[in-house]
Unconditional design. Sequence first.
Length: 137
Amino acid sequence: MKCPPLLALLLSLAACSDDVQGAETYRSKLEQRWQEVKDYAVEQRDVAEQELSDALDRLDRDIRDLEQRTDAAGESAKAKIKAELAELRAKRKELEPKLEQLKQDGAAAWDAARDDLVDGMQSIETGIEEAWGELTE
């Protein structure tokens, strides 16, 4: 299966975040891409591991970008978003050891570990999207 790099898709978030239709397109493509990552066979795990690592890096950048833009928000939105950011950072911190474990695990554990990591990333992305929505209200 030839897939475009996950990182390229994740980078499209910045271009789509201010456009509702673009955000829907981004969400659709992202959901499709997560399913493709879940479908990787064990022999393709090196590619999937790199893409998951790149995706974690992108999540870190998205969280930092959101934090920087939060300073310009109103006080009530700022307080809510800062609480959401703390939760997102905690979730993100939980993913790093999961990725490392994924790299160490044998073929039998690959599916469960991969799915757990992808589900965690999806949860963080949903939180980021919701926090961006708070900024635009």
